[in-house]
Design a binder for this molecule. Structure first.
Ligand code: 5GP
Length: 206
């Protein structure tokens, strides 16, 4: 079991309606050490990819994107969900249906922060049906940039997002993939993923 699967088993709470609550380390309170481990794990899994921008969507992807952007030494951009009165920039705009809030959100990025020269690594906290990810991909495409990969802390493998994106050829990496979870018994089964020896993981971070 990897560090995130262990953390989920220790601190996650399964809610009715196929919701995994991880407020204590990711969605409300942030456990910086866990987020730092995620950033190193994404850097390892996307080894060899040219990345010059890390992109996420507000709010819970921002902590992961920030530490990952710091490792790559590249800018971090987050798509916004609500208009700010003081922004006069032209924007790329897309739409995402929110799995947790059950409504459509406009998401946007001001044009100066995304361009055709960008090789973008998209990261987020959860992958469920892939709506948020698709909105981010759409924004990158509108700018003429390239999506080099998508990294998620937690993928809910019973939902279609991951399988659809992989079938379309995107490089998708999820640190923990939930195959099944039961709110009545508070049990979770994760998809088996190839473990990597710690020494090798350390060597491959450069
Ligand atoms: P998708 O757009 O892939 O359908 O859903 C992903 C988004 O919905 C994530 O950005 C995340 O905020 C939220 N989400 C989906 N499922 C869960 C869940 O089980 N727990 C939490 N905390 N957020 C979720």
């Amino acid at each position: 079991m990897n560090f995130l699967e262990e953390k989920i088993l220790q601190d996650g709470v399964i809610k009715e309606g196929n919701i995994l609550k991880v407020d204590s380390f990711l969605n409300h309170q942030i456990d910086v050490d866990t987020i730092r481990q995620m950033a190193y794990e994404f850097k390892r899994r996307f080894r060899g990819k040219k990345v010059n921008k890390v992109l996420t969507i507000e709010a819970s992807g921002i902590s992961i994107a920030t530490l990952l952007g710091n490792l790559y030494d590249v800018p971090v951009v987050f798509a916004k969900k609500s208009e700010t009165a003081n922004s006069t920039d032209d924007k790329y705009i897309s739409q995402a249906f929110s799995f947790t809030h059950k409504k459509h959100n406009n998401v946007f990025i001001s044009k100066p922060y995304l361009s055709a020269t960008d090789c973008v690594l998209i990261v987020d906290d959860f992958l469920a049906d892939g709506q948020a990810a698709r909105a981010l991909i759409d924004l990158v495409k509108q700018a003429g940039g390239q999506v080099v990969g998508l990294g998620f802390a937690i993928e809910k493998g019973q939902q279609k997002g991951g399988s659809e994106l992989r079938a379309e050829g995107y490089h998708v990496e999820s640190i923990a993939i939930v195959e099944e979870m039961d709110w009545r018994t508070q049990t979770i089964r994760f998809r088996q993923q190839l473990p990597l020896p710690l020494s090798k993981a350390k060597l491959s971070l450069g």
